[in-house]
Design a protein around this ligand. Sequence first.
Ligand code: CO
Length: 177
Amino acid sequence: MKTYTLSSLTLGVVALIFASGCGRQENSGSTSTATPAPAEASAPARPAPAEGRAIEITGNDAMKFSVTEIRATPGEALAVTLKNVGTMPKFSMGHNWVLIAANVNVEGFATDAAQAVKTDYVPAVKPKRVLAATKLLGPGESDTVRFYAPDKPGRYPFICSFPGHFQVGMKGELIVE
Ligand code: CO
């Protein structure tokens, strides 16, 4: 289980935008704005809560989550349990539950995730994109991830990042309000 904070998300997105190229005009004065703020790197990560409101979700061989909408209050402690109730083997029909930060391109994330075989389809690059994730589960397995809902109200997508599952609808939203 891993937990992540939102503290560096905005910075990361901004850095990504700059990295992806805003043009390199010779008289541009914007280069200094991409310098990371040192305070972000040294901010301590918020530890995961020991308890949280239990939310139980199943995933199955039809590549669907039983719960596609979760509502929470800002900063609420949650404990999401995913159970794989399918019967197909993990290598061909594994499931996980991955909560993604706001303002992240979900399609792009899913594409990166599909290539992250060694880390159970949770990409290690740009880890700030992932707010919470269960383990990748085979048939009959379950896992619980405890985390704090984001402080900022909004809609946060969650997906199964096993290749192809998000694309056929194994997804939902955490709505913080
Ligand atoms: Co799946």
